[in-house]
Ligand binder design. Structure first.
Ligand code: HEC
Length: 112
C-alpha cells in the first residue's frame, strides 16, 4: 500500500519537476564570467540583460537571431540602422577576440 502511494506521488510530481526545469532553462541569465567580461569591456555601461539602457537589452538583441560571427562583427562595426530610436553604438575594435566570442555565443544562447 505504502509503495503504491509513493509511486502515485512520483507520477504526479514528475511532470511538475520537468516543467519547472524547462522554465528555468528558458529564463535568461548572465553567468558571473560573462558579467565580468561585459563589465571589463564597458558593455555594461550601455547594456543590461533585460532592460533598455543606452543600448538595447541583450535579450532583445538575441531575438534578432544573429549568428555569433555576425554579433562579433556588429560589435566591431555597428549598424545603427538595425536599432531605430537608439543612438549609434561606437565601434569597439579592442575587445579581445576570445572574449568577444564568449560574449557573442552567450547572446545567441539567450534565444534558445
Ligand atoms: C556607449 C554605449 C555602448 C557601449 C559601451 C556598448 N554598446 Fe552595444 N549598443 C549600443 C547602442 C546604442 C546600440 C544600438 C544602436 C546600434 O546598434 O548602433 C548597441 C547595439 C549593440 C548590439 C546589436 C547590434 C545590431 O546591429 O543589432 C550588440 C550585439 C551590442 N551592442 C553588443 C555590445 C557589446 C558586446 C559591448 C561591449 C563590448 C557593447 N555593445 C558596448 C551602445 C553601446
Amino acid at each position: 500500500m505504502y509503495r503504491n502511494k509513493i509511486i502515485i506521488i512520483t507520477l504526479v510530481l514528475s511532470p511538475l519537476v520537468f516543467f519547472t526545469n524547462f522554465r528555468t532553462s528558458k529564463t535568461p541569465t548572465m553567468p558571473a564570467n560573462i558579467k565580468q567580461l561585459l563589465t571589463k569591456n564597458t558593455c555594461m555601461t550601455c547594456h543590461n540583460l533585460t532592460q533598455r539602457v543606452v543600448g538595447p537589452p541583450f535579450t532583445a538583441i538575441a531575438k534578432k537571431n544573429y549568428t555569433a560571427k555576425q554579433i562579433m562583427n556588429l560589435v566591431e562595426n555597428p549598424n545603427p540602422s538595425h536599432w531605430p530610436g537608439y543612438p549609434p553604438m561606437a565601434a569597439l575594435k579592442n575587445v579581445p577576440k576570445k572574449e568577444l566570442e564568449q560574449i557573442a555565443n552567450w547572446i545567441v544562447s539567450l534565444n534558445k
